[in-house]
Design a protein around this ligand. Sequence first.
Ligand code: S3P
Length: 449
Amino acid sequence: MIIKYTGPLRGELSIPGDKSISHRSVMFGALADGTTEVTNFLTGADCLSTISCFRQMGIEIEQKDTHVLIHGKGLHGLTAPLEILDAGNSGTTVRLLSGILAGQHFNSVITGDETIQKRPMKRVMTPLTGMGADVISVRRNGCAPLQIHGKKLHGAHYDSPVASAQVKSCILLAGLYADGITSVTEPAVSRNHSELMLRYFGADVKENVGSQSNAEVMSGINDRNASCVKGSGFTVSISPEPKLTGQKIHVPGDISSAAYFIAAALLVPGSELLLKNVGINPTRDGMLRVCREMGADITLLNEDHTGAEPCADLLVRSSSLKAVEIGGDLIPTLIDELPVLAVLAAFADGTTVIRDAAELRVKESDRIAVMTNNLTRIGCPVEAAADGMIITGGKPLHGAVIDSHMDHRIAMSFAVAALACSGEMDIQGAEIVNISYPGFYEDLARVCR
Ligand code: S3P
């Protein structure tokens, strides 16, 4: 796809529903008693994979566009899938479902596309095994396909070496089927949608940092003026066998999708764009904190809540940006936004350093290698590090042939870069945006005036 839009970006846009919350609404709805009604569900391919896996396990799910009804059958209502479960390109589906499957009364196999079959699954296999689960990597390479023999699990504590919401959520979901309390400590706070939503459905979930109480932890997390969420040694625990009840969920717009429009509006002079109803959960809003530090003009309007999740309209005006350092506890709160933040850094004044982000190497692509390669192609001086990138911004950049490596976030990041580059951007594998943002190019064309 060849992209040459002209700005500025003006008007308003409703961003599609949050991917993480859409996945969880189906999973938790399936394990609840009664019907869960979801509005503004994300119809991206990843979330549709989650729906199809639960249909394979006997859950009736009615989906009309962004409106979804999940007829839950309770914690023990899933039935054995007759075929291999196919998670497509979705890491969230494989990792969270593994936790659920480990505690079932049946056996299953879960896998996904070529990319998924290369992504690390030991990170969930290890804690699950510690809970007594029987999970093996069929090819003995620590990746999917995973063969899972469902069993009664034991409550356990796990000290996770990575700040990963997928690992944390997998353990909490397995904990629903354990014989005692299950807890997980992570090195920094990762997105907490599972905690918020499981509690909303009726589970007993507690958060703690050392001797701090739940409320103290959450007020620290909620401090929007802090440069990042502080939470080393953040522990979450869950009690087994709760009674979950179907809920109504209106999914807020995905801040990870909004990120491309925030970046585009900041970069193109004369832009003023209103992004409606975007989720601003403090464990996800690192991009806003970093943009503010770069000098971005972003105003939060109409702050509100949808269910357990905070949301707001974001008014973004073009701004001249300066380089920043991005690392530490901030990383999990903007992990999916680092590719587009790297694009912003390429146009910012000075040298931006991204560190502590080795997780980028095991996403849908090796995002450090792929971003470094593609930024070089558009003329940006950039150096890869083991756990990040050093990006020197401010030079005039030009369009080039970009290889998305079939990674949705790479394709969208360079569609944004195209707006501020001279010449044309040719994005190979551009259609991969359907994973998390069907209609992305149409929305971008619509707000480019
Ligand atoms: C997700 C967690 C993150 C994120 C992914 C979605 C989730 O992954 O990158 O896009 O829904 O829990 P990790 O938990 O591996 O950091």
